[in-house]
Write a protein that binds this ligand. Sequence first.
Ligand code: CP
Length: 331
Amino acid sequence: MNSSEKPTQWQRPHLISLADFSAAEYNMILQTAASFRERLASSTNKVKKFPVLQGQVVANMFFEPSTRTRSSFELAAKRLSADILNFSPGTSSLTKGETILDTAKTYVAMGANLMIIRHQQAGVPQTIAAAFDHLGVNVRVLNAGDGQHAHPSQALLDLFTLCLLLDPQEPRLELLRGKKIAIVGDILHSRVARSNIWSLTRAGAEVHLAGPPTLVPRSFAQIAPVQVHWALEPALVNADFVMTLRLQKERMRQQLLPSSREYHQRYGITHERLTHCRPGVKVLHPGPTNRGVELSSEVMDDPNLSLIPEQVTNGVAIRMALLYFLGTQGR
Ligand code: CP
C-alpha cells in the first residue's frame, strides 16, 4: 500500500454503492474484517461478542427475500452487541398502505441508529438515506441490495474471500492486480456483478464477463474496463477465479433464455470447462444457486474448487466491519 492509500478515518455517512470507493477504503474494510474474522475464529475467544455497538439499534429492513445477507447482518450486529429489529414486509403495516419511508421513520422513532435496506427497486436505500439527511435525522443506511443497481456488502465479501486466499495474513486490494477473473452468467440483472465490477477493476484485476448476448450487454465495456464475451471459453482461458451468477428469472420480463438446460450446456461451469483455467482456479457464487444450472453439482460441492462456504463465512466479518465503521465513525 503506498502512502496515499493509507487508511485514514471512515468518512461516509451511508453505504450505498462502491462506484466511488478508494483503495484506502477497501483496505480499511479488508483489514478490519480480517481482524474480526481472526478474533471470531480464535479458540481462546469463547465469547464471540465485542462491545462496539452496545446501546445501538440496527433495523434489518428486507423488503425482498434473503437468506445470507439478512442473517449475516443480523449475526454481525449481535456479535457487535447491538440490539436488532427484524422486519418482514408480508406481516408489516406495509400491507395496510403504510409507505416505505413512513415505515423507516417508525423504526427511527424506536431508536434505530443503523438501517440495513434491501429492496427490489433500485434507488430505495439511497432515497431513504437522502430523506433522513434532509430531515437532519442521524441514521446510517446500508444498502443490502437494491434492484439491479448494487450489492456492496456482497462484493466486499467476495473481495475479502479472494484477498484472504492470496494472503491470509494481510488481505489487501493490490493482491488482485493482474489476476484474471471471469464473471459468468446473468450480468444484465445482477447487482452483484455491477458491484464486483467496481471493486475488481479498482483492484486492477483483468475482468472478463461471459454469458448469452441477451444477458451480457456489450455496453458494460463502456462503463468499466472489462472484456465482454458471448462464448465461455475465452473468458475461462487462464482465469485465476471464476465468479458464477444466478439466472435471475424473477427479473426477466421477457424470454431471454431458451431453457435452463440449454444455458447449462453452453455456459454452465463444470470440471471439464475449468481445465481451461489456471491450475488452482477457484469458483465463487454469491448464492442462492440454481444447482446444476450456473455450475454443476460436482463443482459446487468440490472443496478444492468451491469458495461458496468461505464466502458465506466471510460475509459475517465483512458486515461486522461495515457496521463498525458506520456505527462508530463518520458522524
Ligand atoms: N447473495 C445474496 O444476496 O444472497 P441472499 O439473497 O440469500 O441474501
